[in-house]
Ligand binder design. Structure first.
Ligand SMILES: [Zn+2]
Ligand SMILES: [Zn+2]
Length: 248
């Protein structure tokens, strides 16, 4: 599996950290996990293309996590130089599915060439070469984390999440945990993991590698969050950077 971090930031506009978005690829299947504003451009910068995306998994209905969904579908419908044949799948919680059907789908028209298949994410999903598990998180009423498994490897995207035993079970012995690390511990915000809590989840879940992402500006260097997590979790910790690539 290959992961590219398209956006390591949040809803706060930043020249260095785009809004949340992750690209995941295995066996020729290409998916996005979240697609905040700027995700399509970040894909281009990473040398990938919106044209190839097979599915989008939305973690929750906060705009920084889905704002580029409408532009993505619009581009797929309009693109003159390509005739898209394959369907695009959308997986999300029930609340976002209702929002999609009320607010996004009515703005779009049907393609004769392909369909957009929007589905509520069940606890276990089989998509292409991936086996995917979803689990609710402590953040908003519809927030999900996703665990993707392929070829004996696993990667967990927490989405936005607070410290929670469910998350630890969900991430158990994952090869890679990409965690909401919104703030250092001194600025802990309810509904998000602090850097120290990211370390606690990584240690208790016994993950092999921890990536700190969803980084709000805090007034102190982001690298200090690695130190805070590292006091708890003694495994491999990376600070997410936009366009960082991780191969599992
Ligand atoms: Zn959120
Ligand atoms: Zn967020």
């Amino acid at each position: 599996m290959k992961v590219i971090i398209l956006g390591s930031g949040t809803c706060v506009p930043s020249l260095n950290r785009n809004a949340p978005g992750y690209y995941l690829e295995a066996e020729g299947c290409r998916v996005l996990v979240d697609c905040g504003s700027g995700t399509l451009l970040q894909l281009e910068k990473a040398g990938m293309s919106y044209k190839d995306i097979d599915a989008v998994f939305i973690t929750h209905a906060h705009p920084d996590h889905f704002a580029d969904l409408l532009p993505l579908i619009h581009a797929l419908l309009v693109g003159h130089e390509m005739k898209r044949k394959k369907d695009l799948s959308l997986f999300c919680a029930k609340e976002f599915l209702e929002y999609y059907e009320k607010a996004i789908a009515p703005l779009l028209w049907m393609s004769e060439e392909f369909s957009i298949i929007a589905k509520e994410a069940s606890d276990e999903i089989s998509f292409g070469p991936f086996h995917i598990f979803s689990a609710g998180t402590v953040h908003s009423s519809d927030s999900l984390s996703y665990r993707f498994e392929n070829g004996g490897k696993s990667v967990v995207f927490t989405g936005d999440a607070d410290y929670d035993p469910r998350l630890i079970a969900h991430a158990h012995q994952a090869d890679l945990l990409i965690a909401d690390c919104s703030f250092p511990d001194s600025m802990k915000a309810k509904g998000h993991l602090s850097a120290k809590e990211c370390g606690m989840v990584a240690r208790e879940a016994e993950v092999k590698k921890l990536v700190l992402s969803h980084l709000y500006p805090s007034g102190s260097p982001d690298s200090e969050r690695v130190n805070e997590s590292g006091e708890i979790y003694k495994g491999n910790i990376l600070l997410a950077e936009d366009l960082m690539e991780i191969v599992l």
